[in-house]
Ligand binder design. Structure first.
Ligand code: ADP
Ligand code: MG
Length: 211
């Protein structure tokens, strides 16, 4: 039997939120990564689409956020608008009971409205690289210098070269000290690149199992 979220040392309010979503037992990637993330480790998680990678990072980030809420706490980067909204939805549902503030920063939406949102210091920013880089170049009403977590979701697509310029801009604005969480369905050629981002110290989970 798979572990429950309670077994993974998640706080009871998060366990209740999961139960209200009908989710009780952790998937293998969640069981492997959640305790390590809570323990402060960098993680690389590689498992098929549908294996529950979003909760693998969202749950421990929300738990840590409650221990030490300060400024923009976590930045989640993802290659597409659709994925950004899906991830933000999961954070919103789970974080409702703690009045979580989140912001989705993607192309095709009003820059001014987004800038205003960012200056209100959301706890979680979910962004595509292009639009976030535009904000970082054009506006100084918010800082990412104090983030505690950087998540690269679909890390292989973020690091395959297409986003290099934007990723460089973003990385130059982040603190040196941060917990790095990188998830992907495939990690072929980019695994080395991803590992080097954490000085090869990240815990690596690889699996083919789906929910
Ligand atoms: P991935 O990012 O690995 O493709 P998602 O995080 O998008 O997968 O999750 C896929 C689906 O599985 C979502 O609908 C999510 O709510 C559901 N899910 C996540 N974790 C669990 C779990 N532990 N038990 C049952 N369903 C889960
Ligand atoms: Mg995913």
């Amino acid at each position: 039997m798979n572990k429950t979220f309670n077994d993974l040392k998640l706080n009871s309010w998060l366990v209740r939120q999961c139960e209200s979503l009908g989710v009780k037992h952790a998937t293998p990637i969640q069981a492997a990564c959640i305790p390590r993330i809570l323990n402060g480790e960098d993680c690389i998680g590689c498992a098929k689409t549908g294996s529950g990678k979003t909760l693998a990072f969202a749950l421990p980030i929300l738990q840590k956020l409650c221990e030490d809420p300060y400024g923009i706490f976590a930045l989640v980067l993802t290659p597409t608008r659709e994925l950004a909204f899906q991830i933000a939805d999961q954070f919103a549902v789970l974080g409702k009971v703690i009045n979580l503030r989140h912001s989705v920063i993607v192309g095709g939406m009003d820059m001014v409205v987004q800038g205003r949102e960012l200056s209100c210091l959301p706890h979680i920013v979910v962004a595509t690289p292009g639009r976030l880089a535009d904000h970082l170049k054009s506006c100084n009403t918010f800082t990412l210098k104090k983030i505690k977590f950087l998540v690269l979701d679909e890390a292989d697509r973020l690091l395959d070269g297409k986003f290099d310029i934007q990723m460089k801009t973003i990385f130059s604005m982040l603190p040196k000290e941060k917990q790095m969480l990188m998830f992907s369905a495939t990690m072929n050629d980019t695994l080395q690149k991803v590992q080097s981002l954490t000085n090869n110290k990240a815990f690596l989970f690889e699996s083919d199992v789906t929910v």
